[in-house]
Design a protein around this ligand. Sequence first.
Ligand code: ADP
Ligand code: MG
Length: 395
Amino acid sequence: MKTIGILGGGQLGSMLSDALQKLGCKVIFYAPEPFSPSFLRTPFFYQACWLDYEKLSSFFSECDIITYEFENVPTELLTKLQQQTGKKIFPSIEILKTTQNRILEKNFLLQHNYPTCQFISIENYDNLIKVTDNFPFPYIIKTAAGGYDGKGQWIINSSNELNQFIKSLTKENFVPLILEEKLSLLQEASCIVARNKQGSSVCFPIFDNIHVNNILHQTTLPSSLPTAVQEKIKMLALQAAQDLDVVGLLTTEFFITKKPSHLDKQKNIEDLYIYINEFAPRPHNSGHITQKSCNFSQFDALARVLLNYPLHSPQLLPGNYCMTNLLGETWLAQDFNNNKTLNLAAWKNFPEVIDITLYGKIEPTSKRKMGHFVTYSNDQKTSILVADTFKEQLS
Ligand code: ADP
Ligand code: MG
């Protein structure tokens, strides 16, 4: 029996462990947070901080293969332990380093000629004033490391807002930043590629993503983008997985616009422009939809790659699907009871809701991802509208 170690204890890890256990694996988690939802899935876990050498080395010694469900893991100790124990991390630590830092990630995109928005790296405090002088509004400033679900991002529309932002920083609290042109988005999309040790790749269908307040709200399938645009997105996602030499999953997030980015000379496809936003070398929130809409899920694909099992091309099942995230707000909005449980009885009136997954997180806080559900219908408008109504009735 193979033992797979998963760094991180969130919902992505929980769902990955289900897929691995179906294939007969033992799964061990390592995560710093007490009550990590993944700890409910298996009796084998380490609750310890990322820099605890003793605990991390004992975790390594117990595992055959290690993966991660979360990017913000410090890599120094991982590198040292990988060398000491010979236990491999998939996708590689090099990929983790590139994708956990927005500056390295954007430089990778530039070096390999991938289309991305205009950006400037701000590596020190003094640069901040110089750099922001010439860049046209609106733009987004993001922390180079550590951000997720829209955290660590500031939208700057005017010099007033810029001055306020600069005032909030000091030389002492400064962390490296990236400034990105704020594109006027027609749509967002993502593409998940699974690539195995032999270098062959399969690609899930393109998902359309709707974000609210910079957090994923809904993912829909099949994509409404023109076929030629979907083909180009797939080509870019497969190429990126190859250029990064991913063994595991690579999710690529895309921006679709009607207007080109500043200085961009690429030709449009069907009047649309395609830009890569960022990568995630792991299962992705948008990919939850694959659990109900494809013949196997993103988690099944990763489990098969990790175990070196043959991988087939995922097939989209007939129909229209919509995955909707349940954030802490759905719990906090309840006015009829205060025991912080959902009104799941509402489900009986919504046959289009085909599944709900709750992550087992104890404290529903604002913007925290607590669960998701999937709706199915013969037409896409219905699957989205029903999802919005159902979500309201859960509170
Ligand atoms: P996270 O790591 O939090 O997912 P992202 O860089 O993907 O960070 O940003 C989250 C969301 O914010 C994006 O999905 C998009 O909706 C919006 N966003 C981020 N960068 C840009 C940009 N340069 N132009 C327009 N919208 C953006
Ligand atoms: Mg993102």
